[in-house]
Design a protein around this ligand. Structure first.
Ligand code: HEM
Length: 282
């Protein structure tokens, strides 16, 4: 007899965990959480930097929360910093739209143009970010900067591969590297999700310090992109080998990813972005 709890039976549970509809549901939940988090980040950039820039109201206080921020007389450094930050508004608004299957299928021209915009701005963000860190010496510690430096070096590789396979019309490889490019370009965003989620769960810092090179900081500086990239590879593996056990592993990983992303978006939204958006919008 089928009861309400029959899904808890091991066979039923495995069948449910291996279902393609669960995979679709988990991907939709993850993309929804990413969309909310990315647009909150874009709103923060708009209120904090883009709107004051557009209205000529930029001042040193705009950058006061940053490592170096605006330095009087350093015109090149200040310009590169703006070039690094302002496009983030577009990166965060546009990138997530590439993940929505409906837009890919019904608006292929938009997908192509938006993809080029996202990859170009992402590449620019990586190059300017590397220069800020090592050319302008904007880092809190050498060891704490290694994670983001590797992130910045991997972005051009993923961008080149995604572009190359799109032009070759090898869409399997294209979507694989485009997802890796998306994860890498959003590594700094994921780092904020992880850090704020960690603070929320621990009710404050735990293994973190002011120079962002405590053990938890160092772990997160690599995990913010390597962990989602590994999970993406598990998902692609399950798509290549649609066997029950592999799909269960992949769906379990997606479940954890969607849950962690939702917690991180909530934590970073409440602790970092929303207070600044609300203050700027008043
Ligand atoms: C394309 C991906 C990237 C995006 C979207 C991005 C985004 C941002 C944003 C939004 C800020 C301002 C932070 C705030 O207001 O709290 C920032 C600052 C900064 N970013 Fe990036 N970033 C990216 C890649 C990188 C890379 C790869 C590096 C280094 C290798 C880097 C180095 C920096 C540094 C040093 C600052 C601080 C500047 C200062 O405090 O004066 N970024 N980034």
């Amino acid at each position: 007899m089928t009861t309400f709890f029959s899904f808890l039976h091991p066979v039923q549970l495995t069948a449910s965990l291996a279902s393609a509809s669960l995979t679709r549901g988990l991907l939709t939940s993850w993309v929804t959480a990413v969309l909310i988090g990315q647009w909150l980040f874009a709103a923060y950039i708009t209120v904090q930097f883009a709107a004051p820039w557009a209205t000529g109201a930029l001042s040193e206080s705009t950058f006061s929360h940053m490592i170096k921020g605006h330095v009087a007389g350093d015109n090149i450094g200040n310009a590169v910093l703006l070039l690094h930050i302002l496009p983030v508004m577009l990166i965060s608004m546009s990138g997530v739209l590439q993940l929505i299957p409906y837009l890919r299928q019904h608006f292929p021209r938009f997908h192509r143009l938006n993809g080029r915009l996202f990859l170009t701005l992402g590449l620019c963000g990586a190059l300017t970010g590397l220069w800020l860190t090592w050319g302008r010496d904007t880092r809190l510690s050498n060891i704490g900067a290694i994670g983001i430096t590797l992130n910045g070096l991997l972005i051009p590789i993923a961008v080149a591969a995604a572009w190359y396979y799109a032009r070759k019309r090898d869409f399997k490889q294209h979507s694989r590297f485009a997802i890796h490019a998306f994860i890498l370009i959003n590594g700094v965003w994921s780092f904020r999700l992880m850090l704020m989620g960690w603070y929320m769960v621990n009710q404050g810092p735990n293994g973190n310090n002011a120079t962002i090179d405590g053990p938890a900081d160092l772990f997160m500086s690599f995990a913010c992109y390597l962990l989602p990239m590994a999970i993406a590879e598990v998902y692609f593996w399950s798509q290549r080998h649609p066997r029950c056990a592999i799909t269960v592993i992949s769906n379990s990983a997606l479940l954890i990813t969607a849950g962690m992303t939702a917690v991180g978006v909530f934590a970073a939204g409440v602790m970092m972005w929303w207070p600044r958006i609300a203050a700027g919008a008043l």
